[in-house]
Write a protein that binds this ligand. Structure first.
Ligand SMILES: [Zn+2]
Length: 194
C-alpha cells in the first residue's frame, strides 16, 4: 500500500497510521489468528481499512480456507501452471474457469473448485492428461524446447544410442505423447539434408 500519510476523512485533522492486528477466525472447526491490516487515525482514533487492506485481509482468509479444505494454495496453483508452461489465459483455456480465473486463484481472491483442483493435480501426475487437455484447448504444444527434444530423440533413436542426458530425459518424458514413434521421421530426415 501507499507509504504516503493519508488524512482522516472523519475529523479532517488526523493522519491515518497503518496498523497490524490479529483477527481470530474459525472455519470448519479450525480456529486461527490471521494477520489483519487496518488504519487508525492518530487524532480521533477511528479505525478503518483501506480498499487494498480489505483486499489483503480477504486474501488471507481465502488462503486459510483453502488450506483447511485441502485445496492447492495460490502459490501452488501458480507453480503448477508455470510447470505446465501455460500463461494464465492459456490455463483458463485448458482447465476452464474463465479468463481471469487463474489470476484469482493465484492471488487467493477466490478458491478453485474441488473439481478444478483434482484436474490440475491429475494433469501434474499424468503428462499425457496435460497434453490431451492442451490439444483439446487448441494450444500449439510444439515449442522450441519440444522440437529440440523430439529432434534429439530422433537422432539418438536413429543412432540406436542410449539417452543419458537427465534434463533431456525429463523433457522427453513430459512430452511422452509426442515420442518418436508418432513423429514424422521423414520430415526431420529431410531437414537434416539441408
Ligand atoms: Zn480522525
Amino acid at each position: 500500500m501507499s507509504k504516503h500519510p493519508t488524512m482522516c476523512d472523519l475529523c479532517q485533522e488526523g493522519t491515518l497510521e497503518v496498523k497490524q492486528g490479529l483477527n481470530t477466525v474459525t472455519y470448519k472447526n479450525n480456529t486461527r489468528g490471521l494477520e489483519t491490516s487496518f488504519c487508525e487515525c492518530d487524532v480521533c482514533g477511528t479505525e478503518m481499512a483501506l480498499p487494498e487492506q480489505t483486499r489483503d485481509n480477504k486474501r488471507r482468509m481465502t488462503a486459510f480456507k483453502k488450506e483447511i479444505d485441502g485445496l492447492l494454495t495460490g502459490f501452488e496453483v501458480r507453480a503448477l501452471r508455470e510447470r505446465f508452461g501455460l500463461t494464465q489465459a492459456e490455463a483458463a483455456k485448458v482447465f476452464g474457469g474463465g479468463v481471469v480465473a487463474f489470476s484469482k486463484y493465484e492471488n487467493d481472491d477466490v478458491s478453485q473448485s474441488e473439481a478444478m483442483d483434482k484436474l490440475m493435480r491429475l494433469a501434474d501426475r499424468l503428462p499425457e492428461v496435460l497434453m490431451q487437455l492442451k490439444n483439446d484447448a487448441g494450444l500449439n504444444p510444439p515449442s522450441n524446447v519440444i522440437q529440440l527434444a523430439k529432434w534429439q530423440l530422433f537422432v539418438k533413436d536413429a543412432a540406436n544410442e542410449e539417452i543419458v542426458d537427465e534434463n533431456f530425459l525429463q523433457v522427453a518424458e513430459t512430452q511422452a505423447v509426442y515420442n518418436v514413434s508418432t513423429f514424422e521421421k521423414a520430415q526431420w530426415a529431410e531437414c537434416q539434408e539441408c
